[in-house]
Design a protein around this ligand. Sequence first.
Ligand SMILES: Cc1cc2nc3c(=O)[nH]c(=O)nc-3n(C[C@H](O)[C@H](O)[C@H](O)COP(=O)(O)OP(=O)(O)OC[C@H]3O[C@@H](n4cnc5c(N)ncnc54)[C@H](O)[C@@H]3O)c2cc1C
Length: 386
Amino acid sequence: MQTPVTIIGAGLGGLTLARVLYLHGIPATVYEAEPSPMARSQGGLLDIHDYNGQIAIEAAGLMDEFRGLILEGRQQMRILDPDGTVLLDHPDDGTGGRPEVLRGELRQMLLDSLPDGTVRWGRKASGVRAVADGHEVSFADGSSVVARLLVGADGAWSRVRPLLSGVVPEYTGLAFVETYLYDADIRHPAAAKIVGGGGMGAPGPGQRIMAHRERDALHTYAMLSKPEAWFDALDGLDPRTALARIAAEFDGWAPELRELISGGDTAPILRRHYRLPGVHRWERIPGVTLIGDAAHVQGPNGEGANLALLDGSDLAELLAAHPDDVDTALARHEERMFARSEEVAAESAEMAKRITADHGKDTAKVVADGFRRMLAKKREPAERVR
Ligand SMILES: Cc1cc2nc3c(=O)[nH]c(=O)nc-3n(C[C@H](O)[C@H](O)[C@H](O)COP(=O)(O)OP(=O)(O)OC[C@H]3O[C@@H](n4cnc5c(N)ncnc54)[C@H](O)[C@@H]3O)c2cc1C
């Protein structure tokens, strides 16, 4: 009889793990802090890569459903100078290998693929401790469970991680401030035109304006490198004042780029970026492990969701391959996860340097060159467990 798996966190990693376990007939329960699938906006577009995220979706048997979620044309990418000059306009010719889907729709696809009752909503893990027959997880509602096999898939601020590692994420010095423009083609035509049909990035020294064309909105991310206290000061401001304060950081930039912020229809959503050390390993402890951001959160690098998906499917396939030896499965999982996440973390460190580098008026040009190199780079697809 396979050991039942207790998963903390119904994000992309935890749900992929549950789905692939289900396909292999291994029982799993997912405990999620949020009260329901709709409790929180799930954020914007994710590009899911053919060399990692899509391999997990294949293992989950959900490729057809995934294809149905792809927003056509969104792999188009533009890079602009702050004055609005287009420096790079990479078309979406359908061969990019990084199709874009909405995070909320991807998560719902995974939820729909699980038997009813797999996810227990409104169960926020508040503490964990080792007990005689496994690990006990306490929840904020006063309940608790004992897990013979516990997986922390609960993101950057994991409550499971302290069982394995005392390391906590540190602020990267970067935050995104997000807003949405609805009916932008009609209400904000110049801003909509400059974004184009997919993604747009306008980098300046230490800051950027980025935007994506989603299903029915333009989604803007203003990236600023500032101390945390600067962002704290935005709390409590009314939304228009907060958006105006952020737009003021881009004084002198093309008006249609600034419009992406100042014209926002929604209150700004602040996302500070935190990271764990690029090498974050721990001693093997029987019956518990981590996946996704809980194990290896990094700053913005376009890989976090892809790695979380792959960690989930890989761990499930290893557990299925070692039905009588859970700890061998966990040891192999960690070895494989450490190797791939360390490689990405090293790339992220390089990317962070590029993001914050000040090349003066050539900053956008340097970023456009880096983007061309990234597109040209051949990546080996992740190898599945057989
Ligand atoms: C603005 C932004 C843009 C991004 N863009 C991209 C991108 O384009 N491509 C990409 O690959 N990655 C991207 N990422 C990174 C990506 O979102 C994460 O790496 C990914 O979501 C990690 O998945 P996860 O399942 O490990 O954790 P999460 O998605 O964080 O899921 C964790 C789950 O655990 C739950 N939880 C948390 N604490 C508890 C608790 N105590 N008890 C129970 N449940 C709990 C949470 O509610 C959540 O549902 C982006 C991140 C941000 C912030």
